[in-house]
Design a protein around this ligand. Sequence first.
Ligand code: C5P
Length: 250
Amino acid sequence: MTLPFVKGEVLSEGKAKTMWTTNDEDFLIMEFRDDVTAFDGVKKAQLADKGYVNNQINAYLMQELAAAGIDTCFHSTVAENSSMVYKLDMLPIECVVRNITAGSICSRLGIEAGQFLEQPIFEFFLKDDERHDPFINDSHILTFEWADENEIHLMKELTLGVNDVLTRLFDEAGLHLVDFKLEFGWFESEVEGEDDPLSVFMLGDEFTPDGCRLWDKGTLESFDKDRFRKDEGDVVEFYAQVASRLGITL
Ligand code: C5P
């Protein structure tokens, strides 16, 4: 990385995060804002300190994943609410793993919520807000060339690998990891003296209570964005409890 890094311009603004360019073309700044949205952005609010808490949780979990041998875009935290990440070419696909039934699988398939699954369910969705991120399968992905066979294999393997590592980690923190969403992409960079660029398939996402469901193992109370979706209140307080249970000092 070119040091000292300089924050450049806004590259993209999502619902709760802003990506900034830097003076190094291989790196971006991922800023966790205090915004929270639900139902495709229809419900919106600002929650003080959410960006700070999410940045700390994400940094901790990404370091745990790296320690378990999973490549992620996370490089380092650079401010209270921001981290340096590798710049990836992202695939337009969301990967969801479910360990307990909740959310869209219940409404989509008429399944009762709260069923503990013997094997995790893996699902693909197309990243397309206008169409409400429709459910897709391998055949759609290959036909419309959103990804190839190898990338499909890598997305499944890595997402299930993340599930193994984080299910254990949250379990030790007294929480069930119910489900979560991940996105992936390629990091490509020129290597001095080499003809071919370095090319690594990586997790290109964050992992925070905004993008997963976490239930207390005893009471099954939500410690995630469902608190906001369902108006249960104390959203950031519960996110901070997730951090504290993981042993993160805020
Ligand atoms: O809505 P659904 O039940 O399919 O979501 C499954 C999991 O993926 C939830 O933890 C949800 O927060 C997360 N998700 C997400 N971003 C999306 C869709 C789902 O973080 N666009």
